[in-house]
Design a protein around this ligand. Structure first.
Ligand code: VGL
Ligand code: ZN
Length: 191
């Protein structure tokens, strides 16, 4: 079992409309984890632990868009409905929002890339992060690896993570385990 300590934070990765089945870069079944993510949000905020939510936050001329020569359809354009947090997601009112991928020329799959996330965590004494959200193979994986490289202990909340396919999701989780992350579900967190 794992107990939530004062040095723990929840990181919700890119739970935005464009990554839901109704969005422009759909992650199949991503809406199926909304209830689980809401559960983790309530759990952490009820204990006074901070909740962070990353947001893919691209300008229209972003390098990752196919129209600009990149690999993805246009998605999560700043201030658009698609960039909003997913319908049904219940983030605590004091959630820290972390925008990433906001520079036209830079892709940012990690929530630590070009953001203040590391210093926001450090100044609150956070040493362990619990990560959920989408997409397993991209922003979840890279955020976890970034955190491991910065010295954090990383728990991947596998019942609240979704990938573009089952196979690549499993592969991503396996890579994270090899990198030193720990896989966890809500049944292993002491309430
Ligand atoms: C993501 C593809 C493009 C993600 C972001 O949040 O995993 N994937 N931009
Ligand atoms: Zn993106």
């Amino acid at each position: 079992m794992v107990r939530i300590t004062p040095h723990d934070a929840l990181i919700v990765v890119d739970m935005q409309n464009d990554f839901m089945p109704w969005g422009r870069l759909p992650v199949p079944g991503a809406d199926g984890i909304i209830d689980k993510v809401n559960h983790y949000c309530k759990l952490f905020s009820s204990k006074g632990n901070p909740v962070f939510a990353t947001r893919d936050w691209h300008p229209e001329n972003h390098v990752s868009f196919d129209i600009n020569g990149g690999r993805w359809p246009v998605h999560c354009v700043q201030w658009s409905r698609g960039a909003d947090f997913a319908n049904g997601l219940e983030l605590p009112p004091d959630t820290f929002i972390v925008n990433k991928g906001d520079r036209p020329e830079l892709e940012a799959y990690s929530g630590f890339q070009g953001t203040l996330l590391d210093s926001l965590l450090k100044e609150r004494g956070i040493r362990r992060i619990f990560v959920c959200g989408v997409a397993a193979e991209f922003c979840v994986k890279n955020t976890c690896i970034g955190a491991i490289n910065l010295g954090y202990t990383v728990f991947v909340l596998t019942d609240a993570v979704k990938g573009l396919s089952r196979e690549s999701e499993e592969e991503a989780v396996e890579e994270l385990l090899l990198a030193g992350a720990v896989a966890l579900g809500s049944s292993l967190i002491k309430p």
